[in-house]
Design a protein around this ligand. Structure first.
Ligand code: KIV
Length: 271
């Protein structure tokens, strides 16, 4: 008999049950072992190894430069820190668009090499063939509609999407297509709250919103944003739960001053 306490893991079925029970789903990004361990132990339902790693970890302006190998490195680190939550890994730009065979190969690499539980890709009708092909092998897929940052050069700005009827109608159609293709959930990013509410009602799978209002079945934020690590980034949808920027700056300044003044280390901090 094992002495380890059995941990009840979150699966895609758990998320479906949560939607049916009206229980909200919590999701945050993470990109490394230490934060993934903290966030999982705090009780999060889903960790997204987002391609926002390109911005917050690597300092790129967009999500486009991050590679599949780099995403695999981040996902491997996250998976080592997780015991309970579901881990979703983004397929990066260039690893799936326009070629369903390549999409499948990329998804298989993520699953085989990282131990992650599912993948996410951006887009609707254009990627449905890839979604179906990936799901046919047993890999769970999360969709992503609305503001899809991998298409930033097509959009031109990071402003709210689908405010006009034509784009809103396409988004509703895409959401249904992704559901029919077998996605287990869909991220809705930066769209009007009323549209997100309508889409959420029309689907039997959960929606996870970011800047899409309170009617979504769950919410996701980029960890660095909600922890206030980059305090200059303050879009309207973001709630900053702590200002780590201030806390870290104060701690580092205190350390510098202690070192310079000979206050660190003291008698108890040496051998
Ligand atoms: O990469 C990411 O962090 C994301 C979230 C914003 C949903 O896709």
């Amino acid at each position: 008999m094992s002495i380890h306490k059995e941990v009840k893991k979150i699966t895609t079925h758990t998320l479906q049950k949560m939607k049916e029970a009206g229980e909200k789903i919590s999701m945050l990004t993470a990109y490394d072992y230490s934060f993934a361990k903290l966030i999982d132990a705090a009780g999060i339902d889903i960790i997204l190894v987002g391609d926002s790693a390109s911005n917050v970890m690597a300092g790129h302006e967009t999500t486009l430069p991050i590679t599949l190998d780099q995403m695999i490195y981040h996902a491997q680190s996250v998976v080592r820190g997780v015991q309970k939550c579901l881990v979703v890994v983004d397929l990066p730009f260039g690893s799936y668009q326009g070629n369903s065979k390549e999409a499948l190969n990329s998804a298989i690499r993520i699953m085989k090499e990282t131990g992650g539980h599912s993948i996410k890709l951006e887009g609707g009708e254009e990627i449905v063939e890839s979604v179906k092909r990936i799901i046919s092998t047993g890999i769970p897929v999360m969709g992503h509609l609305g503001l899809t940052p991998q298409s930033i050069y097509k959009f031109g700005t990071y402003s709210v999407r689908a405010k006009e009827t034509e784009e809103a109608e396409k988004l509703k159609k895409d959401a249904l297509l992704l559901q029919e293709a077998g996605c287990f959930a869909i991220v809705l990013e930066k769209i009007p709250a009323a549209l997100a509410a309508e889409v959420t009602q029309s689907l039997h799978i959960p929606t996870i919103g970011i800047g899409a209002g309170g009617a979504c079945d769950g919410q996701v934020l980029v960890m660095h944003d909600m922890l206030g690590i980059n305090s200059e980034f303050k879009p309207r949808f973001l709630r900053q739960y702590v200002n780590l920027n201030n806390l870290v700056t104060t701690a580092v300044q205190q350390y510098i001053s202690d070192v310079k003044d000979g206050q660190f280390p003291n008698q108890n901090e040496q051998y």
